[in-house]
Write a protein that binds this ligand. Structure first.
Ligand code: HSE
Length: 405
């Protein structure tokens, strides 16, 4: 029997215990042995909880217990999660986590440490919630050179955008409902400002390149500026608005990568337009396979916990063995987002029409049937840097959204 400790009895941690209990015999068959939660570490007590007898407050009981082979880190945040994960690995205990912040910050280091100590640092649940995306990247797609990974990586913002579009819900109400459903981060700014998706694409980009993509280098824009009026224009154009995360590899003398997170207008024909509510979708483009798409619940207690438990089972199946995952600590420099090219939907107050015409020259298209008192158009393909400069010279600017081509 493999004994497991769970660090943090919040949404995901309690989900891990629930999944292990509900699918107990099935998991035992697949793991080759029974898995039992011996300790649950939390600052709080949980009187009346069926597992209250396992709740402890002293991490030393876990670190010092040789019976504990696997630790689930579901605390979130950098500290004390980093210190606890490192100590567990140094003691030869495998760590399975849903903590994207920690993985984005210290993934390469903790993987290297786990390799040295013949155990594992696994993080399937850190990206895409319950969707298997890390394991396919590291295993099933291991023969591929990955050229692009893009998609919807944050359930909370996708839920908010869906509610804004379909039910004309106010941003604040949709966010509150996402929080109640257990989708949002403790600090919802991380979701709505795009930081959560940024960390997730940093993890995927690191696995794609085999080196470290620092999330701080990724251009990141959230959805706080998106309004119901933007959806009016999107509808006119047969499009919708989605928060996209992407990483592309550019062929050349040396390998170069571009990564970004931002809201985009997405055509109704694009499969991403149909990805609604808490669902996430990730496209992975490989040089042999072409495109594949992974779709499923990107957040929520049980889907995320299921991914953590899948890692636990993997660890139980490989005792004393390190499962190889190529992610080195060497940092790669990303291409400047300002140099990328694309089109924008631009909304200006009517009074700004002439100035907009002077600044942007020939428009590709004037968007009809928008909002009274506004003038809206789609720019020609232009460099991001140039567009930003022009927006700065347009005081009548109401909004601008990139278009996914
Ligand atoms: N807050 C995250 C999301 C949770 O909404 O996607 C899952 O990582």
């Amino acid at each position: 029997m493999a004994k497991v400790a769970v660090l943090g009895y919040g949404t995901v941690g309690s989900g891990v215990v629930e999944v292990l209990e509900k699918n107990r015999s099935l998991i035992a068959k697949r793991a080759g042995e029974e898995l039992e939660v011996k300790y649950i570490l939390d600052l709080r007590d949980f009187p009346g909880d069926p597992y209250e007898d396992r709740v402890i407050h002293d991490v030393e009981m876990i670190m010092g217990d040789p019976e504990i082979q696997i630790v689930c880190e579901t605390m979130g945040g950098n500290e004390p999660a980093y210190t606890f994960s490192k100590r567990a690995i140094l003691a030869g205990k495998s760590v399975c986590t849903s903590n994207k912040e920690l993985v984005a910050n210290h993934g390469a280091e903790l993987i290297a440490l786990a390799r040295e100590h013949r155990c594992n640092y696994l993080f399937e649940a850190s990206v895409g919630g319950g969707i298997p995306v890390i394991r396919p990247l590291c295993n099933a797609l291991t023969a591929e050179r990955i050229n692009e990974i893009s998609g919807i990586l944050n359930g909370t913002t996708n839920y908010i955008l869906t509610k804004m579009e379909q039910e004309k819900t106010r941003f604040e109400d949709a966010l509150k409902s996402a929080q109640e459903l257990g989708y949002a981060e403790r600090n919802p700014e991380a979701d709505v400002e795009g930081q959560d998706a940024c960390r997730k694409i940093a993890i995927l980009a690191s696995l794609m390149s085999g080196k470290t993509v620092d999330y701080r280098d990724i251009y990141t824009e959230g959805i706080t500026q998106i309004t119901p009026e933007d959806f009016v224009y999107a509808r006119c154009m047969g499009m919708t608005v989605k928060l996209l995360a992407m990483c592309k590899r550019r062929e050349g003398e040396k390998e170069e990568y571009l990564a970004a997170v931002a809201p985009y207008l997405v055509s109704g024909q694009n499969p991403l337009a149909g990805v609604n509510d808490v669902f996430n979708a990730v496209f992975i483009h490989g040089n042999m396979l072409g495109e594949s798409m992974f779709y499923g619940r990107g957040a929520g207690k049980l889907p995320t916990a299921s991914a953590v438990v899948a890692d636990v089972v993997d660890c139980a199946k490989h005792p004393g063995e390190h499962i190889i995952c190529l992610w080195e600590e060497e940092k790669i420099r990303l291409l400047d987002f300002g140099q990328t090219k694309g089109r924008f939907l631009v909304r200006v107050k009517e009074a700004g029409e002439d100035r907009a015409r002077n600044l942007f020259g020939d428009f590709e298209k004037i968007v009809p049937d928008g909002i009274t008192g506004e003038f809206a158009f789609v720019t020609k393909v232009m460099r991001e840097e140039e567009a930003v400069q022009k927006f700065g010279g347009l005081p009548e600017l109401v909004a601008r959204i990139r278009i996914k081509d």
